[in-house]
Design a protein around this ligand. Structure first.
Ligand code: NAD
Length: 366
């Protein structure tokens, strides 16, 4: 899907709400507004065929409301496919809070957000995403049971990010097995873009395996911290896409795979945790395929986090979380092989399997 600019005359023709170009079959969109706390949030429920819509809440300073809406629509749709391909009985949902998590996130704002989540009666279950912590989810838990990603001391499965990173690492290793014939990442040059909660944990796995890791982030303090902790180098250039590398791991925000970046990319594999990496699902997946770059679909390999929070609903323990997360290796290999066999993009191969699971459940329910 593209983040499109919609002209006023187009809006008249297609309708300003359901006509949104990224509004692809969403069941429900909820706009949450609270004057007292300054909360402005959007909850997107894409599909609840497989179960309640579960997906994290992102707090981000968007340039405008349209960007926030596009983000939540893209993210919630991605969650439907992520849970479907991972075999979880969950639908797809996501929330965004508009604002700066560092300066505008207050306990009152989080509690008010929790009340809005509660008002949906469990159709949407939240968790953490960019700008959120387990502490924030513990707060939300005070006003609603429809929240996961709770801290371990409060009975939850804890921060999902290390498990997300582990699953991403599994997907990366499977891609290496497919592309290089071996999943050993020793001496492979890997660029990790975004070394937040997930990116840092991924860096740890990579550096333990002896990969040559370069890190980039807009947060310079964090770059120094991570460089001081692991044996990695800070990327000091201004355009990592043009660098010689084996693997590009996008772990910041979405849409970094676009006309501009793909044209320059020399990586043989793309495997990262960021959601919605393809700016346009069809065009950019095809461009990657034409360039012979192995793309591990984001919603497949970053599913560790949802596996971790789902444990809170299904009461399974760490061992099962690890087993399900390690299975990402096998599924990734299967998807890469299916794409090759059917002469389609890896994104399409993954999407087709996810959609067929949703469609089968619809038929069962009918
Ligand atoms: P985070 O907020 O902890 O980290 C994001 C990092 O990216 C920050 O350090 C930020 O400074 C950096 N960043 C932002 N813009 C950047 C840019 N243009 N260039 C380089 N760095 C930039 O978030 P996170 O929890 O680590 O999540 C990272 C990505 O993975 C997000 O896209 C998120 O949706 C996705 N994801 C996270 C989880 C999870 O369990 N946390 C699960 C699935 C998917």
């Amino acid at each position: 899907m593209k983040t499109e600019v919609i002209l006023a005359e187009d809006l008249k023709k297609i309708g300003p709400v359901f006509g949104q170009l990224s509004f692809q079959d969403h069941e429900q969109i909820v706009f949450c507004n609270d004057k007292d706390t300054g909360l402005k949030a959007i909850i997107g429920i894409h599909d609840t065929t497989l179960g309640p819509a579960l997906g994290g809440t992102r707090m981000w300073q968007y340039n405008n409301e349209q960007d926030a809406l596009n983000d939540v629509l893209r993210l919630s749709r991605g969650m439907s496919f992520k849970s479907a391909i991972t075999g979880l009985n969950l639908g797809g949902g996501k929330a965004v809070i508009i604002g700066d998590a560092k300066t505008q996130k207050t306990p009152e704002l989080m509690l008010k957000f929790g009340e809005f989540v509660h008002s949906l009666g469990g159709r949407y279950i939240t968790a953490e995403d960019v700008g959120m912590t387990t502490g924030d989810m513990d707060l939300v838990r005070k006003v609603t049971p429809y929240v996961t990603g709770i801290s371990e001391q409060n009975g939850g499965a804890g921060n999902p990010s290390p498990i997300t990173a582990y699953g991403t690492f599994m997907g990366m290793k499977a891609s290496a097995k497919y592309a290089f014939g071996s999943d050993n990442l020793e001496n492979k040059v890997v660029y990790v873009q975004g070394i937040g909660n997930v990116g840092e944990a991924l860096v740890e796995h990579l550096s333990n395996e002896g990969a040559k890791v370069f890190i980039s982030d807009i947060n310079h303090e964090r770059l120094q911290q991570v460089r001081d902790t692991y044996s990695v180098e800070i990327y000091s250039g201004d355009n990592l896409y043009k660098e010689q590398m084996d693997i590009y791991a996008p772990c910041a925000l979405g849409a970094t795979l676009n006309d501009h970046s793909i044209e320059q990319l020399k990586a043989k594999i793309i495997a990262g945790a960021a959601n919605n990496q393809l700016a346009d699902e069809d065009t950019h997946a095809k461009m990657l395929r034409e360039k012979g770059i192995v793309y591990a679909p984001d919603f497949l390999i970053n599913a560790g986090g949802i596996i971790n929070v789902y444990a809170e609903l299904e009461n399974y323990g760490k061992q099962e979380i690890i087993r399900k997360t390690e299975n990402i290796y096998t599924t990734t290999l299967e998807i890469l092989q299916k794409a090759e066999k059917e002469d389609i993009t890896t994104h399409k191969a993954a999407l087709t399997i996810a959609q067929s699971r949703i469609d089968a459940r619809k038929i069962e329910k009918a």
